[in-house]
Design a protein around this ligand. Structure first.
Ligand code: PGA
Length: 250
């Protein structure tokens, strides 16, 4: 049985006090959702610690949205994976399309970030996905395959056993456009096949999340698909009620 995961990517939203309130809201309603769902929230760096404290004693995990390529040293403005882990975080989102697009993250950068995450016992949520032009040209399978081969294929079997993948079509992120459940299933199954070619049966244990305008009204249909193991949620994760309702989609 693969893990079912609903992860909230808060992006650059919420001030510390608002983040704490949001986390409290998620904790307050958590019991209404099946305990089989693993909830993760990923606030901005500035209030990771406060959110970890707020969620102590609950089963809601906390993750960061990125980490540095280096372990420590003279890298002004960067946040090391060890710092994130020391706060009590368990996860780190890596390779989000906004990082690839606006901050020039490449597979070379991401290989180093992955290494830092594992060295500090953080589970990476590694994001892949094509943009609209690539989808329209029918290149989405190739794009996603390359994003996996260039990074995930460098992992050891042990590291791969501790990985979450998020498929997020760039054209569906924050646009209100969602991939259809069939489109999600088609590419999730493809991703699993690519993973199987390298890691064998372990690919059947890897959670693959869908992301891109996932909301309470479409989560159930998408999560019902065989190879969709949950969601990476942006906008709808900023309201505790909606975030929890997405968890009820299982
Ligand atoms: P969205 O973002 O749910 O607001 O589309 C998803 C994401 O980028 O992780």
């Amino acid at each position: 049985m693969r893990k079912k995961i609903v992860a909230g990517n808060w992006k650059m939203n919420t001030l510390p006090a608002e983040g704490v309130e949001l986390a409290k809201g998620v904790a307050a309603g958590r019991a209404e959702v099946c305990s089989c769902v693993n909830f993760i929230v990923c606030p901005p760096f500035t209030h990771l610690w406060q959110v970890v404290e707020t969620l102590k004693g609950t089963d809601i995990a906390v993750g960061a949205q990125d980490c540095a390529t280096e372990a420590k040293g003279a890298y002004t403005g960067e946040i090391a994976a060890s710092m994130i882990a020391a706060l009590g975080c368990k996860y780190v989102i890596l390779g989000h399309s906004e990082r690839r697009q606006y901050y020039g993250e490449t597979s070379a950068t991401l290989n180093r970030k992955m290494e830092q995450a594992y060295a500090n016992s953080l589970t990476p949520i590694y994001c892949v996905g094509e943009n609209l032009e690539e989808r329209e040209a029918g290149r989405h399978f190739d794009v996603v395959k390359a994003q996996i081969e260039e990074v995930v294929f460098n992992l050891t079997a042990e590291q791969f056993a501790d990985l979450v993948i998020a498929y997020e079509p760039v054209w569906a992120i924050g646009t209100g456009k969602t991939a259809t459940a069939e489109q999600a299933q088609e590419i999730h199954a493809y991703i699993r096949e690519v993973l199987r070619s390298k890691f064998g049966a372990a690919a059947d244990e890897c959670p693959i999340l869908y992301g891109g305008s996932c909301k309470p009204s479409n989560a159930q249909e998408i999560f019902a698909k065989a190879d969709v193991d949950g969601g990476l949620i942006g906008g709808a994760a900023l309201k505790a009620e909606d975030f929890l309702a997405i968890g009820k989609g299982f």
